[in-house]
Every structure is written in C-alpha cells, then in structure tokens.
Design a protein around this ligand. Structure first.
Ligand code: PMP
Length: 352
C-alpha cells in the first residue's frame, strides 16, 4: 500500500478470488467454471467483432438486452448488462445500500458482499445461517435496509424456493432485495417472474457458469424499469462501454443456442448427483446442492489438509478457513473424467 491511497480504502479487506495457478496443469474444480466449451457459434461471432475493435461497443447494449428480454419474457427496459455480475453487485451496493440504513446478507455467503459493503461505505450486518446451513426467510422479515441473498447460496449450494423468498421481498418494500442467481440454472427456482409484481426486486444472473463464459465477463440483472435506470445512472457515471464488442457478440450467439447451455446444465446436474453419492459412500457429509458445486466434509478429517493434499496431487478445490466451514471443501462439478481423477486422489489421501 502506498502512502497516497485514500484513507477510506486503507482498511479495506479485499476479496480473494480462487487461485488460477500456472505452475502445472491442474484438474480445476475450484472456481465453479463450466467444464464445457462455449456454445457453437460463439467463436465465429467473437472473431467477427475482433476485426472491428477500433470502434466502441454499443453503450445501450440494445441487441444483447433484446436477446435477454426475449429469453426471459420481459422488455429491454427490464434488463441491465455489465462486465460480469460482480460489477452489478458492486453497483447495487453503491446505489441501494447505506443511505442511513444497514445492508443485510448471510454470514456464510459470497465473500464479495462484505467487500462491496465496505468499499461503498455501507454499514452492514451478517445474518447467521441456521444450524443446517440454510438461509431462513424468517430471519429477513423485519429488516430495515438493503438485503442481498444468493440463491442458491455459495458456498453451501443450498437453495430456497420462489415461494420461500417472496415473503422477504414483500416485507421489504422500502428497500431493494437483491437475489443473486449466479447458480440458478443448475436446478433452483428463479425469482425473475416476480419482477413484475415487486419494484424493489433485483435479480442478478451471470453467463459465467451455466453459459460457459466466465472469461468473457458478462452478467445481467432483471428488474422493474426504475431499478434498471438506477444501475444505468451509475454505469453512465463510471464506464458507459462496460460490455465490450466481443463479449456482447458472444452473449447474443450463446442465447441463440441456449438449448446447448441448458443441456450442459443437465449434464452437470447428473454428474453432481452421482458425485454426491460417491462422496457419501466414502463417508462424506454433503449439503444438498442446487448449484454446480458440492460442499462436503468428512467428519474427523481436516479440510485444510485435504485441500493441500489434493493440490499436491494436481486437483484444485476451494477451502475457506472460516468458522463453521473450515472442514468443508467446495468442489466444482467438472466433467465426469475430472471427477474420476478427484475420487482417485481422494482415495489415495484417505486410505494411503
Ligand atoms: N455471485 C456469486 C454467488 C458467485 O459465486 C459469483 C462467482 N464468483 C458471482 C456472483 C460473480 O460472477 P461473475 O462476476 O463471473 O458474473
């Protein structure tokens, strides 16, 4: 840190992304990427734009937003797009948290919520997950401030139904309720159909997981026109060209072949269920996942040790050294062959 950094950022605890090491080829099950390549047609669409890079991208992202609007049965005015959903989460905390009230989110959830609250100077409270690691809607009913809930939650993978979340949204009409649906396509229920009914609901999704586009950085939000205008106000005060030419083209091409992506989600779900069974057969406790990862521990076995031993054997998973979850591993559901390697190495470590 230099002496020039503004005082307000000096105590910021930054988010630690999953590692992307280059020292060897790993079986990479640590950042919830898709094991499948982008939709056919994406490469060609991106290549076409690569030859036009002297031009700025469309600041309105009209074609991409129209494609998303058609896919989700809403209007362009209900869709916001950004450079990854992290950008949208940041903007949402900037726009809707603070304001003399607190921001609320679960204590065990996506680590960026806390960082964005701090970055944007919003006071916040973290609501403990229940004993079984569930988000209890009842705990969010009497709050007076911005609420962010990941559904499915990360790193647990557990999800609530739309009917369970609707009362939270309905009880909080003076504040925005953000439902982060980064993993929703892997078997959870989206709250998107509720945006017509609740002008305080902001649904955030991403192309990073279910649509195999993590490297392109494309996130989107669905909400009432008013909230979309608020996000655009911030975008036009920071970076109007926040979705680049190649990413916009990749997004449109992907939506044209959305059946391919949704089929991949079904493959991941199948592999997830089979992998959960294999883990349980080895004595692991596995939380019920509706995402593209599994959160599991083996009673009596140190999670940090398992993580390190797997890494030494070329398999990367995610380990969080935090209260209540330090014995758990978050394992991205990869292709079946990748999972086979994981299980071979796990057996080696546990039996060897
Ligand atoms: N929300 C959750 C819950 C996540 O796990 C992630 C991925 N790290 C994101 C949002 C951000 O995804 P992206 O910026 O790639 O859209």
């Amino acid at each position: 840190m230099s002496k020039y950094l503004s005082e307000k950022y000096q105590s910021l605890e930054v988010y630690t992304p999953g590692e992307q090491p280059r020292d060897m080829r790993y079986v990479k099950l640590n950042t919830n990427e898709s094991p499948y390549p982008p939709a056919p047609g994406v490469v060609e669409a991106v290549a076409r734009q690569a030859g036009r890079l002297q031009l700025y991208s469309d600041p309105v992202s009209a074609d991409l937003r129209d494609a998303l609007a058609a896919r989700y049965g809403v209007k362009r005015e209900n869709v916001y797009v950004a450079n990854g959903s992290d950008d949208i989460l940041n903007f949402a905390f900037m726009a809707f948290a603070g304001n003399g009230s607190r921001a609320y989110f679960p204590d065990i959830s996506y680590g960026f919520y806390k960082v964005f609250a701090e970055l944007n100077g919003a006071d916040y409270a973290q609501i403990p997950l229940r004993e079984d690691f569930s988000v209890a809607p009842a705990d969010y009913m009497d709050l007076d401030g911005f609420i962010a809930i990941a559904n499915p939650n990360a790193p647990t993978g557990m999800a609530l139904t739309r009917d369970q979340l609707e009362p939270v949204i309905a009880a909080s009409r003076d504040h925005v309720v953000l439902i982060d649906e980064a993993y929703v396509d892997f078997g959870a229920e989206s709250c998107a159909p509720l945006i017509e009914k609740y002008d305080n609901l902001l649904v955030v999704q991403t192309f990073s997981k279910s649509r195999s586009m993590a490297g392109a950085r494309l996130g989107f939000a669905l909400a009432d026109k008013g909230l979309i205008e608020d996000l655009e106000r911030i975008k036009y005060s920071t970076n109007p060209y926040n979705v680049n030419l190649m990413t916009a083209a990749a997004g449109i091409a992907t939506l044209r072949e959305d059946a391919y992506c949704m089929q991949n989600c079904r493959r991941v779900i199948e592999t997830r269920e089979a992998s959960a069974d294999r883990l349980k057969a080895m004595g692991f406790e596995v939380l019920p996942s509706r995402s593209n990862f599994l959160f599991a521990r083996k009673p009596g076995v140190d999670g940090g040790m398992l993580y390190r031993e797997l890494k030494a054997r070329g398999v990367l998973v995610r380990h969080f050294d935090a209260p209540r979850i330090s014995d758990y591993l978050r394992i991205t559901v990869g292709a079946p062959e990748q999972m086979d390697v994981l299980f071979i190495k796990l057996r080696e470590i546990l039996e060897g």
